[in-house]
Write a protein that binds this ligand. Structure first.
Ligand SMILES: Cc1cc2nc3c(=O)[nH]c(=O)nc-3n(C[C@H](O)[C@H](O)[C@H](O)COP(=O)(O)OP(=O)(O)OC[C@H]3O[C@@H](n4cnc5c(N)ncnc54)[C@H](O)[C@@H]3O)c2cc1C
Ligand code: SF4
Length: 448
């Protein structure tokens, strides 16, 4: 029996409402009936996993909800998560022909959510996927338990390949469990999906075990052991800790790395965030998420502090619009040059300078009182261990280098996918990269 993780109660995440709750059957059928089932459908081309969107929508319209779920899961084994977390505005729904007519695109994500959730609460995932093939006797190690590794493990299980997932944290699921904004998907929903994948059988999850280079200590396993004991290795390492601002006063209470803070909001029982004024530093999606979350948690004034202009932000425009609707504000062309603390070390505020082309302008600093700072200026890489697998290369940004068609690394026994390869994209990209890796692994291992 797999250890099933249940998150404790008393977490801040539990205070959030679902922003896009599941459609009722009547709502889903009404929305599905708007789809015109385009030939050469642009929505399919915009989906990284190429789900046959018109087909599953048609099945919903004919009340074949289980069939719709089967169509989705055939291309994306984590189709339930992706339904809730995919930035559909940038992907499938963004490509829907309705946009060109100035009309609301089909709510593909919400339809996908209806089909997968309504089906998976009644039927196990195994009953919606092709029958498992006989055991091949092959065994693969997966490093990290984020969506890339979970998707790979599930697809390998269907092909009769056993796997062991090594996860250094106590809570599995990577950022899908611990990073996604709670109003899109709860950590427990991500874990429930992960448990459905584990229930396919032949997958062992070992949490609290870190894969390391060289000699392994307690709670560790070495890269050499994986290469020796397994027929193949998949590296789904994700990204590393939050980057630091590097300004005086940053170390200490009240200043959080954004990804770290989001994880604590999602997983730490009893977390208390004091104050009413928050500064979020950064212009990407993580900055937008934490700003939105702090506002929904009751911070009165949440300012996104960005060193350039709105048009330069890497975060999605729709996410900025949603954060603004809920009261977050944007401060463009501003740079925090110092974090200010009182004699006891408590955070009191910041020195904020005007900026031009991302650089602070001398003599423009003002002092602004703040109670909490979330730093969302990027994450470091966690790929150091990858180099311990002879032949695996990293690029100048520290990403694992793979053949983009096969996701095989420079070591013929090692594949990789997800954020550690693409530098930080979406859950759906991790799933697609796992699909490519598993396809190639099977041919290398002597399977199909
Ligand atoms: C704040 C935030 C919000 C996001 N929101 C969205 C969203 O709304 N929609 C969306 O599609 N995507 C979102 N993403 C991106 C998405 O979460 C990632 O693209 C996805 O989780 C990447 O999957 P992965 O498997 O590559 O890595 P991860 O999910 O990061 O998982 C990697 C796992 O590997 C483990 N690990 C690392 N090194 C080792 C080691 N040496 N030994 C053992 N275990 C190890 C880590 O502990 C981690 O659990 C968000 C990301 C962040 C940071
Ligand atoms: S592009 Fe829009 S209307 Fe056309 S098949 Fe896809 S969802 Fe339906």
């Amino acid at each position: 029996m797999h250890p099933l993780t249940v998150l404790p109660s008393g977490r801040l995440e539990q205070q959030f409402d679902d922003k896009k709750p599941r459609y009722t059957a009547a709502e889903a059928i009404t929305e599905a009936n708007r789809c015109i089932y385009c030939v050469d459908a642009p929505c399919i081309k915009a989906c990284p996993t190429t789900i046959d969107i018109p087909t599953f929508i048609h099945k919903i319209s004919t009340e074949n909800v289980k069939g719709a779920a089967r169509t989705i899961l055939a291309e994306n084994i984590l189709g339930a998560s992706c339904a809730r977390v995919c930035p559909v505005e940038e992907l499938c729904a963004g490509a829907c022909v309705y946009n060109a007519w100035g009309r609301e695109p089909i709510a593909i994500g919400r339809l996908q959510r209806f089909a997968t959730e309504a089906t998976l609460e009644k039927a196990p995932l195994s009953s919606l996927l092709p029958a498992k093939k006989p055991a091949t006797g092959k065994k693969v190690a997966l490093v990290g338990s984020g969506p890339a590794s979970i998707a790979a493990a599930g697809l390998l299980a269907l092909e009769g390949v056993q796997s062991v997932i090594f996860e250094k944290r106590a809570i599995p699921g990577g950022l899908n469990t611990l990073g996604i904004a709670p109003y899109k998907q709860s950590g427990q929903a991500a874990l429930d999906e992960l448990h459905q994948v584990l229930a396919l059988g032949g997958i062992e999850l070992r949490t609290g075990v870190e894969v390391v280079a060289g000699a392994a200590g307690a709670g560790q396993v070495s890269s050499d052991t994986l290469l020796k004991d397994f027929d193949g290795v998949f590296l789904g390492l994700g990204l590393g800790p939050d980057s630091k601002l590097g300004v005086p006063g940053e170390q200490g209470a009240g200043v959080y790395g954004a990804v770290d803070l989001i994880e604590r909001i999602k997983a730490e029982p009893g977390l208390k965030l004091a104050g009413s004024r928050a500064f979020v530093i950064g212009g990407g999606n993580t900055a937008l998420d934490i700003a939105h979350e702090l506002r929904l948690l009751g911070f009165q004034d949440v300012a996104l502090v960005y060193r350039r202009e709105e048009k330069d932000m890497s975060g999605y425009a729709h996410e900025l619009a949603h954060a603004r609707e809920d009261g977050a504000r944007l401060l463009e062309n501003r740079v925090v040059t110092e974090v200010l603390r009182d004699a006891k070390g408590a955070l009191t505020g910041v020195k904020l300078a005007r900026a031009k082309d991302g650089k602070a302008l001398a003599g423009t600093e003002e002092t602004v009182a703040v109670d909490l700072i979330a730093v969302a200026i990027g994450q470091s890489v966690a790929t150091g261990v990858a180099k311990a697998f002879a032949g695996v290369q990293l690029d100048a940004k520290g990403r694992v280098v793979v053949d983009p068609k096969t996701h095989r690394t420079g070591n013929p026994k090692v594949w990789s996918g997800g954020d550690c390869v693409n530098g930080g994209k979406e859950v759906v990209n991790g799933v697609q990269e796992a699909k490519l890796a598993v396809k190639d692994m099977l041919s290398a291992l002597g399977g199909k």
